[in-house]
Design a protein around this ligand. Structure first.
Ligand SMILES: [Mg+2]
Length: 403
């Protein structure tokens, strides 16, 4: 049988299907330029993929195996096409763009910030590098690999998607699955203690740490999916974000940190807010707390035109949620039209850089949509396709497109 090579081009996607040896050789030549980030399944059949391009080829004559592989890849492509088509054509497209932007923005900010996590401010502020060079260097080091912030946010997203809505017992189970996997990636102390209690049999209502100092970043950094889920019903944030937070951090500041981030994401994803009103509306939404006071300080500094570098020294960038949430709002609001600049400032704050950049990235991505994030990062970030799929699935649930 002669070589069969079928090339299907659909917008950004190309599928190469070939059968016998001659086709495989041809495909190798075609595929090589796109092999920037590949996952290769060794054996007779191989699939090479990156987030925007997927290819299949084979040097086997096992046509059934080829067919299975292609159909798996094709189904994986279908939601990616819907992401692109959605923002171009379908109703709700702009909103889908923002949902994807929010979760990708979180993951990419986390990955960029991860390489200098824990560095003091003065060690991160390198006068020899501009924004692009600085971020390029961080990306090169990280290779798009993110940390516990994104691990937890995606566990929360899956806990929403699988049952079709937020259920704290289900969320606790997903967090526990992650904990038991051992792939912790910088898990926080409070989170580790609470998940250990879950493992020992505590219920989700009992597992969270209640001490005053349990005001870490572990809830605000993961809460974005709850904001997206409640886009059309922000009143639900109070219940859902609280129930999510107390699984690990049963602390007033941590809970209000979650409220603040989830509420802001709702307002940004809906796209109907004057950015000067984002902090005042957020402050009206949350409860009296240190978070509220620090957000008001951030608003004052923004109105005074203080530089982000100086503002973050005032607001703080440690692992205290009061500092991190206020600084993340500042970084986004001082550079609302540039994802890169907002992230750059978040990381230049030093200390808990991955989390400050993750929350900043979620806010910026929710506002700008995924097109506001550089394509290279969107293509190369770890699990890009899974993140996009989860964002679209949450969109369907939030808008009632799927129960
Ligand atoms: Mg982290």
């Amino acid at each position: 049988m002669p070589s069969i090579c079928k090339i299907i081009r659909q917008r950004n996607y190309t599928i190469l299907c070939s059968c016998p040896i001659y086709g495989a050789l041809f495909d190798l030549i075609m595929v090589a330029p796109f092999m920037r980030r590949s996952s290769i399944e060794l054996g007779w059949q191989r699939a090479i993929s990156c987030s925007r391009y997927r290819f299949a080829f084979s040097i086997s004559s096992d046509f059934k195996a080829i067919s299975r592989q292609l159909s798996a890849i094709s189904s994986d492509l279908s939601y990616q096409r819907s992401a692109v088509d959605g923002q171009l054509k379908l109703s709700g497209g702009v909103m889908k763009n923002r949902f994807i932007g929010c979760l990708l923005g979180l993951a990419i900010g986390d990955a960029l910030g991860s390489r200098v996590e824990g560095y003091p401010t003065e060690a991160v502020r390198r006068p020899d590098l501009g924004i692009a060079e600085f971020l390029d260097e961080l990306w090169h080091w990280s290779q798009g690999r993110w940390t516990d912030d994104t691990k937890m946010a995606l566990a929360l997203a899956e806990s929403i998607v699988e049952p079709g809505g937020f259920n704290p017992e289900y969320a606790a189970r997903k967090y526990l699955e992650w904990y038991e996997s051992g792939d912790w990636r910088g898990i926080g102390n409070i989170t580790q203690r609470s998940l250990s209690r879950l493992k020992e049999g505590a219920s989700w209502q009992e597992s969270g740490i209640k001490e005053d100092w349990a005001a870490g970043n572990g809830t605000a950094m993961r809460v974005a999916p709850i904001g997206l889920l409640n886009m059309n019903d922000p009143g639900r944030i109070e219940v859902d974000a609280r129930n999510d937070a107390i699984i690990t951090h049963n602390n007033h500041e941590a809970i209000n940190g979650s409220f603040a981030v989830a509420f802001a994401i709702v307002r940004l994803a809906k796209g109907d807010i004057d950015l000067h009103r984002l902090i005042p509306e957020t402050v009206d939404f949350i409860h009296p707390s240190e978070i509220l006071i620090r957000l008001e300080t951030a608003q004052k500094l923004l109105e005074e035109g203080v530089t982000a570098d100086d503002a973050l020294l005032d607001l703080g960038t440690g692992s205290y949620v009061v500092e991190t949430v206020a600084s993340s709002f500042y970084c986004f609001l001082s550079s609302p039209d540039s994802y890169e600049t907002a992230i750059y400032h978040a990381i230049r704050g030093g200390n808990d850089t991955d989390t400050t950049a993750a929350i900043t990235g979620a806010l910026s991505g929710a506002y700008l949509g995924f097109e506001g994030i550089p394509l290279k990062w969107r293509e190369e970030v770890e699990d890009a396709a899974r993140i996009e799929r989860l964002a679209l699935q949450i969109y369907d649930i939030a808008t009632g497109a799927k129960p």
